[in-house]
Design a binder for this molecule. Sequence first.
Ligand code: CA
Ligand code: CA
Ligand code: CA
Length: 445
Amino acid sequence: MKLLLITILLIGFVGACEARQTIEKPRVIVMTDGEIDDHSSMIRFLLYTCDVDLEAIIETNSIFQRKGHSKEDWYEKRLDAYQEIYPNLIEHNPDYPTPQKLREISFVGDEDENHIKDLYWKDMFKVLIPGSDVIFKPDHWADTPGSDKIVEVLLKDNPAPVYIQAWGGANTAARAFYKLKTQYPDDYEKAISKVIMYNIWYQDGAGVYIEHDHPKVTMLYSASFKGSWDYNSQKDTYDFIEKYVKNNHGPLGALYPQDYISEGDSPSFFYNLVPGLRNDESPTYGGWGGRFVKFKEAPNTYTDAIEDGDKWLSLRRWIDDVNTDYMARMAWCVKSYNEANHHPVISSKTPTMITAKPGEEVILNAKKVTDPDKDKISYTWWHYHFAGDNPYHKEILIDNKNSKKASIKIPKDALGKDLHIILSVEDNGVPSLKSYHRLIISVRD
Ligand SMILES: [Ca+2]
Ligand SMILES: [Ca+2]
Ligand SMILES: [Ca+2]
């Protein structure tokens, strides 16, 4: 009887893990203000559209790009270039959306200058920060194709979260939320509770308005993109852009407008990549898009986490991995499957959650890791000692941390804490690619 029970538990456990791995791709809406940075970010983003369930791309304005740029053809040029490389991209991943689909889900949102009246760069840290007073309300603004699309997406009978990325202002989303509240009162709460917004600063008055009037929306406020991904942050990447993006990598990379990586808005979509890091479970977990902590004065708002006294570390710790991955994607634009590299795959049987006692030794086992190119795999286990709501703040050494099978001794004073253990596996392809897995060890008696 006991054996039967254990067997059932084991099957249940494995089943739960597999369910995690087959989880739907994150539903994503991009709002871009068409700044030069956005022109660069869009090139990279298009190469990751196979990893998300893209609902819409919406052109907007911001206090920096006051009239927006939808009347120009910067975005259309990128879609045209994508169309050219699309046949090659689907050799590497069949989930890339068709160029036709991308055009169908492209919209223009709010580019009305009156909706950012008297707001300028100098206000950025005075009135456009979490917890500030509301400056504008969208009550009397016109609906736009962009805001109506957001309404439509949120009303769909699909309970999965919707990630809305504000690469510029968020007035378009503000208007959509207002419309839901006033015209769809019965569906409003359900619709709005699905939204997780990743804001690259608050680049118009919408951020504080949403905090006040739509507090069920989860707001992530990033300021640390500045100094890690924006203009001037990665000035050692001239060669990278020259060699791996602009030249010999097809028409999309050739459009890269800058001489080095300058993509202040990109962290907002990095957040939706790398499912193995489980960013989707909590902003406090941390991944390619950085890590966040709860902001005290607004109940559902999160701001950049500080790690080791460093406000950039949660983003910077991944920069090399993120850019190497981009190199591989750029190669997908021009190379055949056999000439290019693809990610190693960590078996879904590797546990994601276990409980251990203080003083106990826990075996960390990567189970099966395969590589579609039959590359050799190397392993690194590490303790992300800032991650989660309940972290054990001291670093813990992992025995055999560069082996498939490693072990960790749970410290005695870790009782009640959760240890976030990250496994990264790296192949030896060119460029080498990493995949990740997060195991959370709850230390309980
Ligand atoms: Ca246009
Ligand atoms: Ca922008
Ligand atoms: Ca590989």
